[in-house]
Ligand binder design. Structure first.
Ligand code: HEM
Length: 632
């Protein structure tokens, strides 16, 4: 009794209630995680111990942070007949054809906010003006470049977008900040809110994109979208002669997703449509009996797996650049025993030893797959976008460190939407790709929200420009509140993380603390999630906050392990022998770039990953095996 009392006293008072709902086993795991959190220790541990911490934390999130929103009442179907990714994301879950399809509910990682603060408390435009708007562009150094920034939008447009209502809201800038705001007021559509029919979470929002990692950003989210991009010849997609996207008569790109596009995003769409077409050529050569439909279906499976693999083994490793995370992400794909053993023996030894990918059945931990409201919030990374694109002169000779002289600086406003498409076609795919490779992207910090996004022309779902401009910085604060996302401290408690009790727990930056006090007083509970995520002290090597990372830890695994085409059907039988080989041989974005532009990285890239700044140093050679390394 005395023992359990003293243990309870060890837990942060605001987290004691979470233990009440846990099993004894989970309570013990939670104590271990909490102890390491108290001393801010896990990321300083040697790789193996750090991995053990992440394993325990992920287990707890799988048990306590997956909430079902609404019922999915699809049918059972013949999984053999549907051994391909459908246009609208149906027929992936083995027992319910609707799970994860276009137009289903977003799930949740935690209950909606319980705070009593109003939608306008403090006013979103005040938060945007005093804490978010960029003062001067802070970049990510050599860690992350503009390809990495475009990549994350490329992923978001594969996974999620909220359906809108037909009713509009208007936000007016409060008088004391209005003079500093490009828009004194702006209008936008409410998020569409629907009853779920379930007693716990009564309302929910619908996802207009298929949440599976199915490449819908290039293939579309339904049948009409798919028809738009296909040539219906040899399985191929429509790509223009200059290697970029084709456009319709209104100047809108032909691609799976065209909303709020910019040149870098379109470029990645074009690159992976080319990848799809190259896969079609390869398949046709080896399987001449395949018709257009069969070529398309197999090429889609293969391309989607290549994208998922690059995100897991290349992009994420650059985002959270520590030895522990390199090991963790590789274990997600290949397992603890590594690539060589998996290639040799197959995924025989379960998810930890052989990886989540190829596991014999998908796992959803009792909650049907969807992406979540909180996942969307932690991916609000518009501060990665710069004020201008720095174009490099490819005609000049590179210096020894592969640096290139600057040819021109183009404001981002000329790189977005239809105008951006025109700029890109003048620049061309190669110059744009190399230039993006050489430019560092913005950092996820306060006072770094792009100024041009405070009077942005948003698109509708068809890529048409809307008449009402929006202040995105303020809109994002409003969106989280409107969707019931808990504020920062409640969000952390729900993620079993230690909440802050004073501003100094969040940051050492005096200037930031002063500004937080000006907007929120001393009430740390009022702090908006976005502000907290951007203000939080970062773990060494992390380009994002630890709070955001904990959502990634859960969902990055879930996107793989819940998907039939990354588990039961991740094999040569479904992908074809040659297709499976294609996925196995592609590890990084550099591999894809090398395939389509054979001389580019050799000539212009010095660093190891195509997501780092290209003229920066490659990763140093390390002799100690990864699992034996001390903390980074
Ligand atoms: C030029 C580039 C971009 C433009 C013009 C743009 C614009 C927009 C707009 C207008 C919205 C909808 C706002 C609303 O009504 O709620 C949005 C949503 C969003 N954007 Fe971007 N964005 C860009 C790049 C990015 C990047 C680089 C990221 C990084 C992850 C990103 C992440 C998101 C997310 C997570 C949402 C919320 C989606 C949802 O509601 O489900 N965007 N963006």
């Amino acid at each position: 009794m005395a023992f359990s009392f003293s243990l309870a006293a060890f837990i942060h008072p605001q987290l004691r209630h979470v233990v009440a709902k846990m099993s004894l086993f989970d309570t013990i795991l939670f104590y271990v995680v909490h102890l390491l959190d108290k001393f801010d220790l896990w990321h300083r541990l040697p790789v193996l111990l750090g991995l053990a911490y992440l394993g325990l934390r992920r287990h707890l999130h799988q048990r306590y942070n997956l909430l079902r929103v609404g019922e999915v009442n699809g049918k059972k179907y013949d999984t053999e007949e549907f051994s391909y990714r459908t246009a609208d994301g149906t027929c992936n879950h083995p027992a319910d054809h609707l799970v994860g399809s276009h137009g289903t509910f977003f799930g949740r990682n935690m209950p909606p906010s319980t705070s009593s603060y109003g939608l306008l408390e403090p006013h979103p435009v005040t938060v945007a003006t005093k804490l978010l708007e960029r003062r001067k562009c802070t970049d990510c150094g050599s860690q992350f470049n503009m390809i990495a920034c475009a990549w994350v939008q490329f992923m978001i447009h594969d996974w999620n977008d909220h359906m809108e209502d037909t009713e509009q809201v208007e936000l007016r800038a409060p008088e004391d900040v209005a003079a500093g705001c490009p828009l004194k007021s702006f209008k936008f559509f409410k998020t569409r809110k629907l009853p779920t029919g379930s007693p716990d979470l009564k309302f929910g929002h619908l996802n207009s994109r298929t949440p599976w990692w199915d490449g819908s950003v290039i293939y579309g989210n339904n049948k009409e979208g798919m028809i738009r991009v296909r040539t219906f010849k040899d399985g191929k997609l429509r790509v223009s002669g200059d290697g970029l996207l084709e456009h319709d008569d209104n100047g809108i790109p032909i691609s799976g997703d065209v909303r709020n596009n910019w040149a870098g995003f379109s470029l990645l769409q074009a690159l992976f449509m080319k990848e799809h077409n190259a896969i079609c050529d390869m398949l046709k050569e080896h399987y001449p009996e395949f018709d257009d439909e069969k070529l398309y279906r197999h090429a889609r499976l293969i391309t989607s797996a290549v994208i998922a693999k690059i995100h897991t083994l290349d992009w994420t490793i650059e985002l959270v650049k520590t030895d522990t995370l390199v090991a963790g992400m590789r274990i997600n794909w290949y397992g603890f025993l590594g690539k060589r053993i998996k290639d040799l023996l197959g995924p025989k030894f379960g998810p930890i030893l052989s990886g989540l990918v190829g596991f014999k059945r998908p796992r959803d931990h009792g909650t049907p797959y969807s992406l979540t409201e909180e996942f969307v919030s932690v991916y609000r990374m518009h501060s990665l976008l710069p004020e201008k694109i720095v174009l490099r002169d490819l005609k000049s000779t590179t210096s020894e460190d592969k640096s290139l002289p600057i040819q021109e600086e183009i404001p981002m406003t000329e790189m977005i939407g239809k105008e951006g498409e025109k700029s890109l076609s003048k620049i061309g795919i190669e110059q744009m790709l190399v230039s993006m490779g050489h430019q560092s992207c913005g950092a996820a910090t306060l006072w770094n929200y792009p100024t041009w996004m405070r009077n942005l022309v948003p698109h509708d779902i068809d890529g048409e420009e809307r008449p009402d401009l929006v202040d995105m910085a303020a809109l994002e604060i409003y969106r989280d509140r409107e969707r019931g996302i808990p504020r920062y401290n409640e969000f952390r408690r729900n993620l079993l993380m230690i909440p802050i009790s004073k501003w100094e727990d969040l940051t050492d930056d005096e200037e930031v603390i002063e500004a937080l006090r000006e907007v929120y007083g001393d009430d740390v509970e009022k702090l908006d999630l976005q502000v907290g995520l951007h203000a939080e002290k970062k773990i060494k090597g992390f380009a994002i906050s630890e709070t955001a990372f904990n959502i990634f830890l859960l969902i990055a695994s879930r996107r793989l392990e819940a998907d039939r085409f990354f588990t039961t059907n991740f094999n040569a039988r479904t992908y074809t022998e040659k297709g499976f080989e294609w996925v196995n041989k592609t590890e990084t974005l550099k591999d894809v770039i090398d395939r389509h532009f054979p001389e580019m990285t050799e000539k212009y890239m010095r660093c190891t990953s195509a997501f780092a700044v290209w003229n920066s140093d490659p990763n140093p050679r390390r002799y100690l095996p990864l699992y034996l390394r001390p903390a980074t």
